[in-house]
Structures are given as C-alpha cells and as structure tokens.
Design a protein around this ligand. Structure first.
Ligand SMILES: Nc1nc2c(ncn2[C@@H]2O[C@H](COP(=O)(O)OP(=O)(O)O)[C@@H](O)[C@H]2O)c(=O)[nH]1
Ligand SMILES: [Mg+2]
Length: 281
C-alpha cells in the first residue's frame, strides 16, 4: 500500500490540483477578501495592531506580497495552517481529514510549507514543518515562520499539541491573539493516552469515566502551563486521535468509537463551519 498511497499524497498536494477548485470556486461566486490585520512592532519587541493608516497600508502590502510568495489565495479559499512541534501528528491529521489514509511515511518530516486542498470544500490545509528537526531548529522555527508574519496570511491556525504544551505553541497562540487571527488547539494521539489509562490506574473504570478523567487532566495541564507564562486564553483544547477521523473504516468498529472517540466530530464541524462562513461572506 505504501508506494501507491504516497504517490497519491504528492499529487493531491500539487499546485495543479490545488488550483482547480480555486478556479471553479471563482467562477461560481467571488467571496469578500479576508481582512488582513495590520500590525506594528514596538521598541520592546511586542507587536500590536497598528492604528496608523499609513503604516497599515505598508503592512498590508507586505502581507499580500508574502501571500503571493507562498501561493496562498485568501480571497477564495479558507486557509488553515497546521502548526506545532515535530512528530505531534500534523501531517497525519491533515491526511486523515482529507480522507487520505496511510499516506504518511513516519520517517519523512515536512520540510516546506505544503498545501493540501480539500477536494470538495474551498479549504486548504497548510502543513507546516515541525520545529525541532535539524532542518528547522526550534529557535529558527519561530523566526522563520512567525516573527516575519507569514502566518498572518492564514485564516485560521490549528495548533497541534502533542504530549506537552510548550512555550512555542503558547507564543504562537499569543501572537495569533494579538493579530486577531482565529486559532484553536488540538491535542493529538489521545488513543495512546486513553489506552494507557485503561490498562493502568483506571482499569476498573468505564469508558466515559476514563474519557472524563483524561479531559480533566489535559485541561488542568493546559491551565497550569498557560498561567506559567502569564497567559489566559480561555480556550477549549480539542482532543483527538487520527483514526477517529476515519469514518469510513474505524466507525464501523464500535469498540474504537466507544473507547477512543473524543472531539473529532467537533473539529470537523469547526472546519466545515469556517468554510461555509467564507462561502457566505
Ligand atoms: N497513536 C497515534 N499515533 C499518531 C497519531 N497521529 C500521528 N501519529 C503518529 O505519530 C507519528 C508522527 O506523525 P506526523 O503526522 O508525521 O507528525 P508531524 O511531524 O506533526 O507531521 C507517526 O508515526 C504517526 O503515525 C494519533 O492520533 N494516534
Ligand atoms: Mg509532518
């Protein structure tokens, strides 16, 4: 299955495939351009939305240039950036959301920002390189992709969190908040943790009790970590596992759903609603 699946994956992410739905969409109904926030950097390195119309103009021009460089169309598509540390499951999540299963080689890490267009909806998932690889060291990740404001051209950030919520994710969230860009946290690989709890200290508990305890554990940790960096985000973390998006196969296995399904449907709903909002703009 390996070679066929990965070939499909590459074709799916290519520019030709990406452009087709955009063209069809443009012929149907042009949408309003998304509002790109204008920002300025203050002397202490903090950033804020600028109130100076002159500066805003310059900033917007820069952002549009950046959007063009990346090849992003924020007028007709809704662009989700999937970001987070290496190995947290970004590529797997995008592939499963697109219904392309098994196409990820676990030794291959994404080295460039790669777009994957949804075949039906006007949605593009942008797969970001993870930080922490030799190609993209942690300290450069932020500078390469965020400080230079690349991410302002995206409509929505999906911040994928693995076992640990780190300063990198929190910094990204803080900046997104400053820029007024919608963002959500998705905690991946819940199936691993749920199965640990089931085998270990909660072996006599029901599935619902295990899921509730796990949710509490994730939320408590999240509140603790954000407080440590002086942030109050008041955000729900969506807890998922990639097979939970595989409605065609996994959802016939009642056991899997009962044991592991958490917030997968909510994440799908979030993505669909964002796309529908853009269509109706
Ligand atoms: N158990 C489990 N493993 C996952 C899940 N999502 C991803 N993985 C595995 O985690 C590894 C890294 O995933 P990948 O998508 O390449 O991470 P990325 O670097 O963030 O793109 C791969 O071996 C995946 O099979 C999940 O929800 N559950
Ligand atoms: Mg990847």
């Amino acid at each position: 299955m390996g070679s066929k699946q990965s070939a499909e994956k590459k074709v799916f992410g290519s520019a030709e495939v990406l452009n087709q739905p955009i063209i069809e969409w443009m012929e149907k109904k042009p949408a309003k351009p998304s509002v790109i926030p204008s920002i300025e950097e203050k002397s202490d390195g903090e950033i804020e939305i600028t109130t100076d119309p002159q500066k805003a103009k310059v900033m917007e021009k820069q952002l549009r240039k950046k959007a063009k460089e990346i090849g992003i169309d924020s007028k007709d598509n809704y662009n989700f950036a999937f970001i987070g540390a290496v190995g947290v499951g970004k590529t797997t999540m995008i592939n499963s959301l697109l219904g392309v299963f098994g196409g990820v080689d676990e030794f291959e890490s994404t080295k460039v920002i790669t777009p994957y267009a949804h075949p039906t909806y006007k949605i593009v998932f942008w797969d970001f390189p993870g930080c922490g690889t030799t190609d993209v060291p942690s300290d450069k990740y932020f500078a390469n992709y965020f400080v230079d404001r690349n991410y302002c051209v995206f409509d929505h950030l999906i911040i994928v969190v693995g076992e640990r919520l780190t300063l990198i994710e929190l910094k990204i969230a803080k900046q997104a908040k400053t820029f007024g860009i919608p963002f959500d946290f998705v905690r991946s690989k819940a199936d691993n943790d749920l199965s640990q709890l089931r085998k270990g200290k909660m072996k006599n508990a029901t599935n619902d009790e295990i899921k509730a305890a796990y949710r509490k554990q994730i939320n408590d940790n999240f509140v603790e970590q954000t407080a440590k960096v002086g942030m109050q985000l008041n955000k729900e973390i969506y807890i998922v596992s990639w097979p939970g998006f595989d409605f065609e196969n996994v959802h016939f296995e009642e056991d899997y759903v009962a044991l592991n399904e958490m917030d997968e449907r909510k994440v799908i709903q979030l993505i669909m609603e964002a796309s529908i909002r853009r269509r109706n703009d």
